[in-house]
Design a protein around this ligand. Sequence first.
Ligand code: SF4
Ligand code: SF4
Length: 384
Amino acid sequence: MIQKYIAKELRDFAINIGIAKRKKRTKPICRSVPAIEMKELPKTVTPEFCNISVNEECFFKCKMCFKWQPDKFIPESAEKTTTEDIKKFIKGLRSVVGPGFLINFAGGETLLRKDMFELIRYATDLGFETNLASNGWLITKDVAKKMIDSGLGSINFSLDGSTPEMHDFMRGKKGSFDRLMNAIENLVEYMEEKEIGKMQFRIAAQAVVTGLNIHDMPDLIRFVDNHPDILSIKFNVVMEPNNTGPNPNWYKEDHKELWPQDEKIVNKVFDEIIELKKAGSKVPDRLFQLEAYRNYFKNPEKFVKSGPCNFDRSINLSSTGDMFLCFNFANIGNIRDISFEEAWDSEKADKIRKEIVRCQHNCHFLINCNLVEEKPQAEKKQII
Ligand code: SF4
Ligand code: SF4
């Protein structure tokens, strides 16, 4: 279950905030991309989404995430990835994907990891585009400098309310809203010093819509619209909290407070979000995605994808070095034992890929990530 927030719609994020089309830096931070020996994979599928979970630890107590509690799924004694393990993975990935491929670094709180900027620098130097997820608490002036100097392409902050009260309540940490705003100021100050434009180092926000904050989402959009430095506010909908479960009825039982109970409010809020988006607000979610969110809240038991699942093209490195396509299936190997290229091209991976394509799980992973337009919410017979 460390996985719940790992597979955060990487491709959508890249497209939505324009990473895929971004121009080269006017003042290059990354060095030139070295020539990489590209390996021909005998199998047809190449990776399209990559997430690296750098750690599990966090010091916030978010309402929708329990990473601050001892990990339920990873024993304390489990060996965590070293700098070299992650570099090995990144290098292997680069041998099968082209420059500009996006790597998303996620946690826990990613900035607790001491080698975070070394890893970003390494990926950037190999020609990857990079995004970092963070709660913003640790971004002092010094950290802001290191972050921008690492060549990071974008930062994705969690922002769950339009006011300090709402955000701090959702994140379970007093002062977190003010620290986040301060983090943004620190980043912008250094960007100005280095003459780095807003489209070259992108500051974006992401909110998790729950029953506790749904009413505040239109105001949150207005807050971001008026903020000079936050490029966009992307929405995710609440899933079973990290480090809990699994319980398919979590939204009716253990965590029902996180689930919007009133359909009228769901409709009113999503109508307003859609209206704001159409009027030009900084909401990158596409309309079909917003409608899928609305439908998910109205009918969570029917969220079944009708077409084949595209997690067969996703690769996720866990904080213990296991490589997964989808976390509901076995891993395809551990980076300490096998290279990424071998694991990706193995029979085991191929077998899992076939199962993924056939998978009929009523899967909430898909609502926030890798969702495609054709059938955002198909009413198919539920198998699991
Ligand atoms: S959502 Fe992020 S900030 Fe909140 S507890 Fe989980 S890892 Fe920490
Ligand atoms: S639909 Fe199946 S394969 Fe796809 S993400 Fe969900 S559990 Fe994984």
